[in-house]
Design a protein around this ligand. Structure first.
Ligand code: S3P
Length: 426
């Protein structure tokens, strides 16, 4: 693959609308598939990961078809999926694998979930353990890595305390809970994104939230719905960071999800002193708004373990912001970054280090001392979409040209990233 040149920009300016939120898109396909009747989704994200989720249900006998901006899923009901003929391959999509495991747990057939080389290195014990407690016949490979073999069984409800804060784990258990006899409860230490519980309720499931506990009753069929998916705030965060950092910038990102479990990035930016405004709020089942950003100086910030679940996907770009902020940023409890598409602590330290940032890690605590300017450098993608997009933003601010070895992986979540960036760059 040819490296991509990343040139500095003067500023970002203008207005963009982003494609639909990735987490909400996965769930819309999944719940549409196991509901009864038709689900129509406007604004479903068309990216590699969501295609893998759609393909999985096609492999299990469903029709998922896109026409114009609308995707129609003909739901099969809770137990109407058909046994796939081959292992279900979900590429590099951790969300697909973990959430599908919860759905397969309730089916009357055996199936195997597998993925690409990157996904085969990611931990699955975190979902295998609770699903096995529910009575599912489930096994991962050595060290708890995929592929995962699942044989659906009659399941019993459990009450589960999550050892790691993870929306994917919580969602896998809640999906399995739809099939279990009794009420399944998941207790979190810190609230992770709540798209599953919101959308399950929207489809008619009996879901109750009580502080950090979420419960779902098993056995109730869901009904197909019409859904509109707002723009992805994780994708927005790259453009927001670029506009904050490049003097003279002013951008407007329209119709972005402002689900309270996802706006951590906006809270961190406001603690850093950035000029970011949320306007035109709409209170739908997944609320959204326009986000206006102007450039301005920012300060270092303290980020604690409790903040992490709300900014887990935005941390790489927060590293970039912190590298150019005034003073010190300290980030604690971000170990989960080590088991994302790549080890994002290592990938970002390597790349930002090459650009002259002052970033170090000591027993899990990341310390970043802001510098005046980054310099252009040869960068590495590690095959990770968010490392690429974060570094593309860092490169906009640099004193010289940069290059990165491979940018194709942005298609995992935002295939249009570079087009959108060139629309804003001045
Ligand atoms: C996601 C949850 C997060 C996030 C991932 C998408 C989801 O993972 O990093 O990109 O859609 O539930 P964890 O819940 O494992 O932290």
């Amino acid at each position: 693959m040819k490296p991509k040149k990343l040139l500095p920009a003067k500023m970002l300016s203008g207005e963009i609308t982003l494609p639909g939120d990735k987490s909400i898109s996965h769930r819309a396909i999944m719940l549409g598939a196991i509901a009864r009747g038709k689900t129509s989704v406007r604004g479903l994200l068309d990216c590699d990961d969501c295609r893998y989720t759609a393909r999985a249900f096609k492999d299990m006998g469903l029709r998922v078809a896109r026409k114009g901006g609308i995707t129609v899923i003909e739901g099969a009901g809770l137990r109407g999926l058909k046994r796939p003929r081959a292992p279900i391959n979900v590429g590099n999509s951790g969300t697909s694998m973990r959430l599908l495991a919860g759905i397969l747990a309730g089916q009357g057939f055996g199936a195997v979930l597998t993925g690409n080389e990157g996904l085969l290195r990611r931990p699955m014990k975190r979902i295998v353990d609770p699903l096995a407690m529910m009575g599912v016949n489930i096994a991962a490979g050595p060290d708890g890595l995929p592929p995962i073999k699942i044989n659906g069984a009659a399941m019993k409800a459990i009450s589960y305390k999550m050892p790691v804060s993870s929306a994917q784990v919580k969602s896998a258990i809640l999906f399995a809970g739809l099939y279990a006899s009794g009420t399944t409860t998941v207790n979190e230490k810190v609230k992770s994104r709540d798209h599953t519980e919101r959308m399950m309720k929207y489809f008619g499931a009996d879901v109750r939230t009580n502080g950090l506990a979420v419960s779902v009753s098993g056995g109730r069929e869901l009904a197909g719905r019409e859904i509109e998916i707002p723009g992805d705030i994780s994708s927005a965060s790259f453009f927001i960071a670029g506009a904050v950092l490049l003097a003279g910038s002013k951008i407007n990102i329209r119709k972005v999800s402002i689900n309270p479990t996802r706006v951590g990035i906006l809270n961190i930016l406001s603690a850093m002193g950035a000029r970011v405004k949320i306007v035109n709020k709409v209170d739908a089942f997944e609320p959204y708004a326009d986000i206006e950003v102007e450039s301005g100086p920012i300060n270092g910030v303290e980020i604690g373990q409790r903040d992490i679940p709300g900014i887990i996907d935005e941390l790489p770009v927060i590293f970039v912001l912190a590298s150019l902020a005034k003073g010190r940023t300290v980030i604690k409890g971000a170990e989960e970054l080590r088991v994302k598409e790549t080890d994002r602590i290592d990938s970002m330290m390597y790349n930002l280090g090459r650009m002259g940032a002052n970033i170090s890690v000591d027993r899990g605590t990341i310390v970043i001392d802001g510098v005046e300017r980054l310099r252009g450098a040869e960068l590495k993608s590690y095959g990770d979409h968010r490392t690429v997009m974060s570094m593309a933003i860092a490169a906009l601010t640099a004193s010289g040209a940069s290059s990165i070895d491979d940018v194709e992986c942005v298609s995992k979540s935002l295939p249009e990233f570079f087009e959108l960036l060139s629309k804003l760059r001045r």
